[in-house]
Write a protein that binds this ligand. Structure first.
Ligand SMILES: C=CC1=C(C)c2cc3[nH]c(cc4nc(cc5[nH]c(cc1n2)c(C)c5CCC(=O)O)C(CCC(=O)O)=C4C)c(C)c3C=C
Ligand SMILES: [Fe+2]
Length: 428
């Protein structure tokens, strides 16, 4: 079952259930008085409810279970924030990698449940097990999604023969201006959550656990509008002002996800059964140029109306685009070089997009904003989906005048982890 379907959409805004573990945790940090003050006796009475010895504590509201057939954060309805971290191994021992993946699994399951990464010893003479910035915070639909880059399959770990063909080297696309420091990595971790501090905490603590075994190669935080600003959850807008994600495939439908997103063992790499492939592109926007561009040209660039999000020539956001329809001048109303016309690939090739806006302050060399789209997509086989699509866009997308691809990576996203198993156990 797809875990996101089980999840309420207003996590983080629901009243918190108080578990015995919460109370013990708060007591340990001297906050029990605060907790009682906030919840009153009603909160305490939860402790007195008789429970069968076998019963597990109910997950806190807004929890997306870490364990399952597929990893979370892929077909999961999007959270408001992302923190993406790519790691490189400093160890060359496969056994050490295995141990780290087991530690990361335990920590990730706890983070997804809204807990610290490990139990605290309470010993004031050693650093705390968890860095502490999420104490008292809800799980806010946190998902952690792990993937392996092509470099993981070089000669260090003896796994070259296991590299899936679908984990293809990304070709150099026309107009690429890639920066190596913002690209690739042995392992990628995508953390999504409805709170930016919760997402950051996860990457920070995974990096801390990895000390001496792996180091962060690059990290990027991203955001959409928050649930507070848009409680109805309309299609979010990108930093160019357009609704982005309208024509994403309906991956809540298992058949659609099976076709577009999930890798199959029979595709060539049995250990990838139930995994996926993630393409990540850091795409900087030439925001200052865009802001001096007319509304007509902006809309022709995407092939959609800005305010409604409707395809040009239509009224509603979800109306079908008519690429054959011509205007008075005899030309297609949706320009053939518009982003949407090209990316639609004649309806034959589809990907599942899950990107976030980013802004990193200003470029000190030019004084311009360093902002754009952390483009993220999932597909079953990038050789048939993402790569041909990006080739087409790179060649003639009208949007290219306003963007610059500066970071890139493609990753084999591992299948979900069974309880008792660990990340990557189908391969390692
Ligand atoms: C290689 C794939 C794609 C890249 C890279 C990409 C970059 C990019 N996209 C936008 C904004 C929009 N994209 C929209 C639609 C759209 N984009 C892609 C693929 C890539 N985009 C696809 C497959 C589609 C859907 C096409 C279709 O079949 O209709 C839209 C329109 C609304 C929507 O459906 O989401 C916008 C807006 C930006 C700003 C960007 C790089 C910075
Ligand atoms: Fe797009």
């Amino acid at each position: 079952m797809d875990r996101e379907i089980e999840q309420p959409q207003n996590e983080g805004r629901e009243p918190k259930r108080v578990s015995r573990r919460d109370v013990l945790k708060m007591g340990a940090v001297g906050g029990i008085g605060l907790l009682l003050g906030a919840t009153g006796l009603k909160g305490l009475s939860l402790l007195d409810e008789p429970k069968p010895a076998s019963a597990k504590p109910a997950p806190a509201a807004g929890t997306i279970p870490f364990y399952g057939a597929h990893q979370g954060g892929i077909v999961t309805p999007m959270q408001d924030y992302v923190c993406m971290g790519a790691f490189d191994f400093t160890t060359t021992s496969l056994e050490t990698v295995r141990k780290l993946f087991k530690q990361w699994t335990d920590a990730s399951a706890r983070i997804a449940a809204g807990e610290g990464v490990a139990d605290e010893s309470g010993n004031a003479l050693v650093p705390p097990a968890d860095t502490g910035e999420t104490i008292g915070l809800l799980p806010v639909r946190t998902t952690l999604t792990f993937g392996l880059g092509a470099s993981f399959f070089d000669d260090r770990f003896g796994l070259a023969g296991k590299r899936p063909k679908a984990l293809a080297d990304i070709p150099a696309f026309k107009r690429d201006e890639l920066v190596p420091e913002w690209s690739h990595g042995d392992v990628i971790v995508q953390v999504c959550a409805n709170d930016p501090q919760v997402a950051f905490h996860a990457i920070r603590n995974l990096a801390r656990i990895a000390r001496g075994k792996a180091v962060l190669r690059w990290m990027q935080q991203g955001y959409q509008r928050s649930g507070l600003a848009d409680p109805k959850g309309a299609t979010p807008r990108n930093l160019l002002g357009f609704k982005d994600g309208t024509n994403n495939p309906a991956v809540g439908d298992a058949d659609v996800a099976g076709e577009i997103v999930w890798a199959k063992g029979a595709d060539g790499a049995p250990w990838m059964d139930g995994g996926s492939y993630m393409a990540v592109r850091r795409i900087r926007m030439r925001i200052e140029v865009w802001d001096r561009t007319t509304l007509g040209e902006q809309e022709a660039t995407f092939g959609r109306h800005r305010d409604s999000g409707a395809p040009l020539g239509q009224a509603g956001e979800f109306d079908k685009a008519d690429y054959a329809k011509t205007g008075k001048n005899g030309k297609p109303i949706i320009p053939a070089d518009s982003h949407m016309a090209l990316a639609s690939m004649g309806g034959k090739v589809k990907i599942h997009r899950r990107g976030y806006s980013y802004s990193n302050g200003i470029d000190l060399r030019t004084g311009q904003l360093d902002a754009g789209l952390l483009f993220i997509c999932f597909n079953r086989d990038p050789r048939e989906q993402f790569i041909p699509m990006q080739e087409k866009l790179a060649a003639s997308d009208r949007l290219n005048e306003y963007i610059q691809h500066v970071g890139s990576g493609i990753y084999a996203v591992l299948p979900g982890v069974r309880e008792g198993g660990y990340i990557g156990d189908t391969l390692l």
